[in-house]
Design a protein around this ligand. Structure first.
Ligand SMILES: [Zn+2]
Length: 373
């Protein structure tokens, strides 16, 4: 079949339908050939052509016929596109691979990172230094190599650019292709999950930098660690970091009684945390197990007031973390049992405040009585 007879028979509507693309009422599409924020691709059903108005587009300036369209969609040669067009006409074209959802991309990549731990000496050394048990935890390692060499795969690169696991480096590789910079390179990776227990975000802790730049969240941070607490949860322990939560989470003996949830740092009690906590039907108590330092104690005050505001009946307590320690440093320096002992020593927060207030009131009354005398 020659090109004119293909073009005479194959409609653009058929091609768009095959790729699952639907133009809006102005016959415009989010262009599939470049990262398109507004629909820039105009569809012309009369001429069976399409045109992208964005100057960022590799097709810009060229009217695309059905064969060009297939060629760009499949990143194939013109000859392959002609064969594909014929198979569309005869109804023998294979089903196209639909774009993966964000959850599917993150799940696939996390599985890859998780498998990488076993082959990576630096990852294992880092996890062992933090007393984190990678046999028990869902944890991965990003060596930053996933888009290189034999693993190079255009669809994978596109997916990773979309979710932020790859960033354009701005420079070209030696072979002249655009270069990419992996996000969270040399980082230990933890999955953040949504209410349906799907991976909706990733957190990276650098294994090579212990100063300023250590914590990396994938763009559009969503999800909670280790997961949304189960509806049966009665007592919820809140930690300051993901590694602190992992340190507690791997203590299997605790899981029956307590659920653990990581905040994202001292300022990291987000609306997603609050909504998840509010929706727990059996929750009786929230326990703060934050760092034994001034920012940690300030965060307990701030977040306990927030929680009291939304859940006035909820008991609130804190664990007396020794000065200069955090959950993970305690685990590094002691037997794991120390964490359980400390949890048993939790102190009710507002009861403490109440006792303090009563005491202040009494002193006030006594001093008034004394001065009235
Ligand atoms: Zn375009």
């Amino acid at each position: 079949m020659d090109i004119p007879s293909i073009k005479a028979q194959l409609t653009l509507a058929d091609v768009l339908h095959y790729y699952g693309l639907k133009p809006d009422k102005n016959l415009r599409l989010h262009c599939p050939f470049h990262d398109d924020k507004t629909p820039s691709l105009q569809v012309y059903y009369k001429t069976h052509t399409a045109y992208c108005f964005s100057s960022n587009c590799p097709t810009h300036g060229k009217s695309l016929d059905v064969i060009d369209f297939i060629m760009h969609m499949d990143k194939s040669s013109k000859h392959e596109a002609i064969l594909k067009a014929q198979s569309l006409l005869t109804g023998t074209a294979p089903k196209p691979l639909l774009p993966l959802t964000k959850a599917a991309i993150l799940t696939k990549m996390f599985t890859y990172f998780k498998n990488a731990v076993h082959n990576s000496a630096p990852a294992k050394a880092y996890l062992e230094s933090r007393k984190l048990d990678y046999a028990k935890l869902d944890v991965g390692y990003n060596s930053g190599q996933f888009h290189h060499g034999t693993r190079k795969d255009e669809a994978l690169i596109k997916s990773c650019l979309e979710v932020g696991l790859l960033l354009p480096s701005g420079a070209n590789t030696r072979s002249g292709e655009p270069g990419y910079k992996p996000f969270g390179k040399n980082g230990i990776v933890f999955p953040l999950k949504d209410a349906q227990h799907q991976i909706s975000g990733l957190y990276f802790r650098s294994t090579i930098n212990d100063s300023d730049q250590r914590h990396f969240y994938l763009k559009d941070r969503k999800g909670l660690y280790p997961s949304y607490p189960e509806p049966e949860t009665e007592i919820l322990i809140l930690t300051e970091s993901i590694i602190d939560a992992a340190s507690l989470h791997q203590q299997g003996e605790m899981s029956g009684t307590y659920a653990v949830l990581a905040l994202y740092g001292t300022n990291g009690m987000t609306q997603e945390h609050l909504s998840a906590i509010e929706s727990l039907p059996r929750l009786k108590e929230a326990v703060f197990f934050l760092n034994g330092d001034e920012p940690g104690r300030e965060a307990v005050k701030k977040h306990s007031h927030t929680l009291q505001g939304v859940l006035p009946q909820l008991a609130l307590s804190q664990i007396p973390t020794p000065e200069g320690e955090d959950v993970n440093s305690l685990l590094q320096g002691h037997q794991a049992a120390v964490l359980l002992h400390l949890i048993e020593k939790k102190q009710l927060l507002f009861q403490l405040n109440l006792q303090l207030k009563n005491f202040q009131l009494k002193t006030l009354l006594i001093s008034r009585l004394l001065s009235n005398r």
